[in-house]
Design a protein around this ligand. Structure first.
Ligand code: FA5
Length: 357
C-alpha cells in the first residue's frame, strides 16, 4: 500500500450511513440523505476514488468491501424510502377520507351541515327564470315515451337515419308501440300541441326542461343521462327572426356580455330550416381547448322553424300557424357558465367539487 494512503474504516462508513437513513422522517429528507450517503461527494464515493492510489492487492480487498458496503447502504435506503412513502400516502388518504356512516344523529354538537340543490337543478331554475322573464310558460312531459312521441310525430319515421344518433334504452320493443327513455325533450312539443288543439288554447309560448337518455359514451361534453330545455312558440306570423332574437336575448341574459352566440345551418327532421346554436367556449374564451375540441365554440343545442309535417301530425293548420322550436343542454349550460372542463364531474358525487356551487 502507498504509505500516504489511509485505509478507510468501511464499517464506520456503513454505520454512519445507515444511522442517517434510519433518522430520516419524510420522503423529502430521505432524498437528501440518499444523495449524502451514496452521491458523488459521499464518503463511500471518496473511498472508491482513493482505490486508484492503492497497490493492486489492497485495491482488490478494499474494492470488494466497498462494493458490499454500497449494497448494504442502498438496500437500507430503498427500504426506508418505501416505508416513508407508504406512511405519507396512508396519512394523505386518512386526511381525505369521507365516511358517510360516521355521523350518528345527535352525536355532533351544533347544527348538522345542510346540503343544497345540485348545480344542474340550480341551472334549470335559473334558465326557467330567464325564459319566464321573456314571457314563456314552463311545462313538463314524461321521461318514458312511446316511439311515436320520441320519433314518429317529430317526422322521424322507422329506419330514418336520424334514429341512429338518437339511439336510446328501450323498455319494450315491438307492437303495438315500443316504449323507450326519451332522447330529447322535443316529444314534449307534441304533447303541448296536442293539448292546445284539444282545448283550443293556441298560441303556445313554452319552455320544457327535463331529463333525457342516450346511448352516448360519457366524455368531457356528454353523459348518458343528461338534461335539456326545450322551447316552443306557435303563433301567427312567427318568423326565423323571432327565433334568432330569442336565442340572442337568452344568451346575453344568461351568460352575460362576454359570451357570444352563433347559429350554423344544420338539419333536424322536425324543423325546417334548422340551425345549431353555439356559444363561445367559456373554458378557453374562444382560444381552443380540449373541452371544445380546439374549435373555440361549444354547441348548446339545435333550433329551427317547426316543420309543417310536425304540425300535420298534431292537426295544426300550417297555413294559419307558424312556429319555432329549440332544445339545448342544461348540463352543457352549467358547464359553460361555471367553466367546468369535464362534464362528468357533475355526476361523480365528489363533495369537494359540488360544494363550490
Ligand atoms: C336535439 O336533441 C334536438 N331535439 C334539439 C332541437 C330541438 C332541435 C328543437 C330543433 C328544434 P341534439 O341531439 O343536437 O338535438 O342535442 C341538443 C343539445 O343537447 C346538445 O347541443 C347538447 O347541449 C345536449 N346534449 C345532447 N346529447 C348530450 C349528452 N349525451 N350529454 C349532455 N348533453 C347532451
Amino acid at each position: 500500500m502507498n504509505p500516504d494512503t489511509v485505509m478507510p474504516d468501511v464499517e464506520a462508513l456503513v454505520t454512519e450511513a445507515t444511522n442517517a437513513i434510519a433518522e430520516a422522517t419524510t420522503t423529502e429528507e430521505i432524498r437528501s440523505v440518499g444523495a449524502a450517503v451514496t452521491g458523488k461527494k459521499s464518503p463511500l464515493a471518496e473511498a472508491s476514488r482513493a482505490l486508484g492510489q492503492m497497490d493492486p492487492e489492497d485495491r482488490k480487498v478494499l474494492g470488494q468491501r466497498l462494493g458490499e458496503a454500497r449494497g448494504v447502504v442502498e438496500a437500507a435506503l430503498e427500504s426506508r424510502r418505501d416505508e416513508l412513502r407508504y406512511a405519507e400516502l396512508a396519512a394523505e388518504m386518512a386526511a381525505s377520507r369521507l365516511d358517510l356512516t360516521e355521523y350518528v344523529p345527535g352525536s355532533v354538537p351544533g347544527p348538522m351541515a345542510r346540503g343544497h340543490l345540485s348545480l344542474v337543478t340550480q341551472t334549470r331554475d335559473s334558465l326557467e327564470d330567464v325564459f319566464v322573464g321573456m314571457g314563456f310558460e314552463v311545462a313538463e312531459g314524461p321521461e318514458i315515451e312511446t316511439d311515436w312521441y320520441n320519433f314518429g310525430a317529430l317526422n322521424i319515421p322507422p329506419a330514418h337515419p336520424a334514429r341512429g344518433m338518437w339511439d336510446t334504452f328501450y323498455l319494450h320493443l315491438g307492437e303495438p308501440e315500443s316504449t323507450l327513455l326519451r332522447t330529447h325533450t322535443s316529444p314534449v312539443q307534441i304533447h303541448l300541441m296536442e293539448q292546445a288543439v284539444l282545448n283550443g288554447t293556441l298560441p303556445i309560448h313554452a319552455v320544457m326542461p327535463g331529463r333525457c337518455y342516450r346511448r352516448d359514451t360519457p366524455d368531457a361534453r356528454h353523459l348518458a343521462v343528461f338534461h335539456q330545455i326545450e322551447g316552443l312558440v306557435v303563433d301567427r306570423g312567427i318568423t326565423f327572426a323571432d327565433l334568432a332574437g330569442t336565442i340572442e336575448t337568452f344568451t346575453r341574459a344568461y351568460f352575460g356580455p362576454d359570451i357570444h352566440s352563433r347559429l350554423r345551418p344544420a338539419f333536424f327532421p322536425f324543423t325546417e330550416p334548422s340551425a345549431e346554436f353555439e356559444v363561445t367556449c367559456a373554458i378557453c374564451r374562444g382560444e381552443g381547448c380540449r373541452t371544445c375540441s380546439q374549435t373555440g365554440w361549444i354547441e348548446l343545442g339545435g333550433c329551427g322553424m317547426v316543420d309543417p309535417a310536425v304540425f300535420a301530425s298534431v292537426g295544426i293548420d300550417a297555413d294559419e300557424w307558424t312556429g319555432f322550436a329549440f332544445g339545448f343542454g342544461i348540463d352543457r349550460c352549467a358547464q359553460m357558465r361555471h367553466q367546468i372542463a369535464d362534464m362528468r364531474a357533475l355526476i361523480e358525487n365528489d363533495v369537494r367539487f359540488l360544494r363550490q356551487f
